[in-house]
Design a protein around this ligand. Structure first.
Ligand code: FES
Length: 150
């Protein structure tokens, strides 16, 4: 797992520029500890996953050596130290029925950069492909936020 330390913009906007989209390989998980989220690069795009467990609110951590709970890679999963539930790189829970997936932070791709809005994590009931912000296609204009989400 990679870790990035980004300074928040000095403005009141809770947006964080995570980096250039092309710098996040498919399958990578990048921690933004100060901002409290993980950036998951999936084949379909980007998910920004809030670091708080949806069981009782403990802080999760990405375990690079943990057995994967998804089909994208053999290793890597989120672990919650409080009651040992696990979440995969899509934020889906494992180990307890009825547990909600990890909350999402909105992601947009603007001028080839991944921008995460950290102000208001959104609860969801399940993972859907449409939740991922599509990665820009090589050789195409990356467009702005309006063209990044469908
Ligand atoms: S608070 Fe995370 S498993 Fe209970």
């Amino acid at each position: 797992m990679r870790e990035r330390r980004k300074n928040r913009d000095a403005s009141p906007s809770p947006q964080v520029v995570a980096g250039r989209a092309e710098d996040f390989p498919v399958g990578s998980m990048t921690c933004f500890p100060r901002e409290g989220f993980y950036l998951s690069r999936l084949p379909e795009g980007f998910l920004a996953l809030h670091e708080t467990c949806t069981h009782l609110g403990c802080r999760i951590s990405w375990q690079e050596e943990g057995t994967s709970e998804d089909a994208l890679a053999e290793m890597g999963c989120f672990h919650c130290p409080c009651h040992l539930y696990r979440f995969d790189r899509y934020g889906r829970p494992h180990g307890r029925q009825g547990l909600a997936p990890l909350k999402l932070l909105p992601v947009v791709i603007a001028e080839g950069k991944v921008v995460v809005e950290t102000g208001a994590p959104r609860q969801r009931r399940a993972y859907r492909r449409s939740q991922a912000a599509p990665a820009p296609q090589p050789g195409l204009s990356s467009g702005g936020p309006a063209s990044a989400r469908k």
